[in-house]
Design a protein around this ligand. Structure first.
Ligand SMILES: *[C@@H]1O[C@H](CO)[C@@H](O)[C@H](O)[C@H]1NC(C)=O
Ligand SMILES: *[C@@H]1O[C@H](CO)[C@@H](O)[C@H](O)[C@H]1NC(C)=O
Ligand SMILES: *[C@@H]1O[C@H](CO)[C@@H](O)[C@H](O)[C@H]1NC(C)=O
Ligand SMILES: *[C@@H]1O[C@H](CO)[C@@H](O)[C@H](O)[C@H]1NC(C)=O
Length: 273
């Protein structure tokens, strides 16, 4: 969600190719941290081993009576739907008050998973440093860098609806609404901001342990973060989460989140450690 500097992109690449080279097209574009890491993780035999281990170590995974695929990644938790003709993705959440120091982000997006050209995202970051807890709402059309909305205060406990809408592959809007107060802020992307086209082939509702200064930010305990009223509008109509892939975060063999689809319109992500 944030842009890498050229040197940090190289460093990240250098560290990830050890496990598995990202796809050539991923390597030639400057990539968001999440996408780069996901590209590497998806293709890493070690990651698949980790996934198998995780499933074996967690009996509850076997008891799961839904058919949702469960994917472990280094920085994403939540739900992803792979489809075609994605026009709009929305989800509502209560901004968490982190109980430990660190950061995290909650957002909705189009094409963060498998597109490799454009990504349209909007959401909220949280930061805790002792008693100081701060929040910021932001939007991004990758590969342009993430932009913060100034003048739109976000507080823990606010009920926020985040929506991204693509009016085609090079045009769209990011919208954040404060449902508690009835306020909103939006950004319509201009052609100079949509540098690279969307594929409109995936929709996601994500809690992210993002990377800053070449390292994962300390992943603050956000409790349970729940997206409700989640849906994706495609050329074929509106779909819920029933068939979504579930994502969870695993770093160095440590499982850090536990996500589950609660209903066709809701996914919950619980912080574990
Ligand atoms: C609180 O955190 C924000 C964001 O990290 C920072 O800009 C601000 O200076 C901090 N305030 C205090 C009082 O530490
Ligand atoms: C959103 O609503 C909350 C009340 O829940 C308020 O504290 C906050 O300032 C509001 N933010 C904006 C930008 O209106
Ligand atoms: C955003 O707020 C404005 C008032 O400031 C209102 O006219 C508009 O309908 C709102 N839009 C959405 C999508 O909530
Ligand atoms: C994940 O949450 C489910 C309940 O939603 C629980 O049954 C399961 O034990 C949890 N798994 C882990 C690894 O915490």
């Amino acid at each position: 969600m944030k842009l890498l500097t050229a040197s940090s992109a190289l460093l990240l690449l250098a560290s990830t190719v050890v496990a598995a080279p990202p796809r050539p097209d991923a390597a030639t574009h400057k990539s968001s941290r999440s996408r780069l890491q996901r590209a590497a993780a998806r293709r890493s035999p070690a990651q698949h081993a980790g996934q198998a281990h995780a499933a074996a170590a967690s009996p509850s995974a076997d008891d799961d009576d839904d058919d949702n695929t469960h994917v472990y990644e280094t920085n994403w938790a939540g739900a992803v739907i792979e489809t075609t003709g994605v026009q709009s993705v929305t989800g509502t959440f209560t901004v968490p008050v982190p109980s430990t120091d660190g950061s995290g982000a909650g957002w909705v997006g189009i094409d963060g998973n498998d597109c490799y050209t454009g990504i349209l995202q909007t959401g909220v970051n949280w930061y805790r440093d002792g008693a100081n807890v701060t929040y910021v709402a932001w939007y991004e059309w990758f590969p342009a860098s993430m932009e913060y909305w100034t003048g739109f205060a976000v507080d823990g406990g606010d009920v926020i609806r985040a929506t991204v809408t693509a009016d085609g592959t090079r045009s769209g809007v990011a919208l954040v609404e404060n449902l508690t107060k009835g306020t909103n802020i939006s950004h319509a992307f201009t052609s100079s901001e949509t540098l690279s086209p969307l594929c409109q082939t995936d929709a996601e509702w994500i809690v992210e342990d993002y990377v800053e200064d070449l390292a994962f930010v300390e992943f603050a305990d956000f409790g349970t973060f729940t997206f409700t009223d989640a849906s994706v509008v495609t050329a074929a109509g509106t779909t819920g989460l029933a068939d979504a892939e579930i994502f969870d975060i695993e770093q160095s063999s440590v499982i850090r989140t536990n996500s589950s689809i609660l209903s066709d319109s809701s996914v919950a992500v619980s912080w574990i450690k």
